[in-house]
Design a protein around this ligand. Sequence first.
Ligand SMILES: Nc1ncnc2c1ncn2[C@@H]1O[C@H](COP(=O)(O)OP(=O)(O)O)[C@@H](O)[C@H]1O
Ligand SMILES: [Mg+2]
Length: 335
Amino acid sequence: MSLLDVRNLTTRIATSRGVMNVVEDVSFTVQQGECFGIVGESGSGKSMTCRSILGLLSKSGSATGAAWFEGQDLLTLKSDALQQIRGRQIAMIVQDAASALNPVVRIGTQIAEAMMQHGLVSSKAEARQRSLKLMSKVGIPATESRIDDYPHQFSGGMCQRVVIAAALSCSPKLIIADEPTTALDVTIQDQILRLLVALQAEFGMSLILVTHDMGVVAQTCQRVAVMYGGELVEMADTASLFRTPRHPYTMGLLNCVPHLDRDVGTARLRPIPGAPPDLMNPLAGCRFHPRCPLANDACKSTRPPLREVAAGHFSRCLRQDVLGKDIWNAESARA
Ligand SMILES: Nc1ncnc2c1ncn2[C@@H]1O[C@H](COP(=O)(O)OP(=O)(O)O)[C@@H](O)[C@H]1O
Ligand SMILES: [Mg+2]
């Protein structure tokens, strides 16, 4: 049985311009001990998917569908029941560690907070001891002298380590990491990712890793889902997705990944031309068709279903028969 089973998740947000579906009919599962990636350009609905699952939508948002976790549908739980699961069973790590931490509360207190709240420690002294252990686990040096520091005394990378320590504190079964390294320097990004993946393996946790970086997915995830315009457009195990992508959008994203051997000093890095879809006025047909080199009349009128195109490999593209390696080499593709 899957640890998390998200079914037909649709999230609507009411804005002054009207209601829009920021997540539409998204289904995926996460297995015990698995690292599952969610990728897509900015605005594709990755964060909204995570927030919907954890009941962290603002008042203007509402989610339908189901998110089964250990026999309970998280979408139907009352807020106090969800509160019991959040932090304890499922922890979330967000992009901006500095803003996730409270500037006027000491680091150690913040790491201990969830353990105290969920009654996992019987005294402040015990919480402090466990916080110290967690700090060294996530690679914070001089724990004894730093545990009483405030967030502003830590660098961005160290703040993210604190956030990871807090997320680990209750030994959750699932960590949802929403672009956990985007705000950090490139060298620090790599360290934090390695740390997260090593801890995930050590603790036997599952991890949902949200990123817009295909390179990160390749390094860390067993399976991956690709989102575009609020929809899941492709899902597969990472090796098949990289070897034989089955959606033009994924192929475009992979085209954007730098390859050290071939891109140094060349102009091979091409972003996907065109703009993301306007969710307020969804197009008929495939949402990607205005940017797709393979789009034909059917793509403009028929919304493609997410179909299993190979074992365990799903794609929301009607043009399976003509998907080739070089579709993003404009001359050949448009012809
Ligand atoms: N509070 C909000 N009010 C209105 N629209 C929002 C709000 N938050 C996000 N959106 C919209 O929802 C869509 C999905 O956003 P998000 O899930 O944050 O994307 P991602 O995480 O993939 O970058 C975007 O089009 C964004 O503009
Ligand atoms: Mg986001």
